[in-house]
Design a protein around this ligand. Structure first.
Ligand SMILES: [Zn+2]
Length: 122
């Protein structure tokens, strides 16, 4: 399933209005400040991020909560339909691949009560 949301605590420092995060930002793979939140270290708890801030003595850094959302579809070929459909939401993949974001598993609900069918003349 590709429909998912992840949350975590990052260590952020804002320099000149631009946020940077503690993580593996460089090509050499060493820890440092990066503008890419995807490469930031993710802490499950705020106090753990704050512990690292305190350990390094960073006075301008702070722990910030962050959410990453992946609303991409999980395409699979459905022989009965003859097209690729999303396993999560059921939408058919457009030929130009410009479908909107996935809304996750479909939720079915009872049909709303409408007029009695038998009272309508044909
Ligand atoms: Zn979908």
């Amino acid at each position: 399933m590709t429909f998912r949301e992840e949350t975590g605590w990052l260590i952020e420092i804002v320099d000149g209005g631009v946020p940077a995060y503690w993580g593996r930002g460089g090509e050499d793979g060493v820890l440092g400040w990066t503008a890419d939140h995807i490469k930031a270290l993710r802490f499950a708890r705020k106090e753990d991020a704050e512990m690292v801030i305190e350990e390094y003595g960073w006075t301008r850094a702070r722990a910030v909560d962050h959410m990453w959302c992946d609303y991409s579809h999980a395409w699979e070929h459905v022989a009965v339909v003859g097209h690729e459909c999303c396993k999560d939401c059921g939408i058919v993949r457009r030929a130009d691949d410009k479908n909107g974001p996935c809304r996750g598993p479909m939720k079915l609900r009872p049909m709303e009560k409408s007029w009695p069918v038998s009272s309508h003349p044909l």
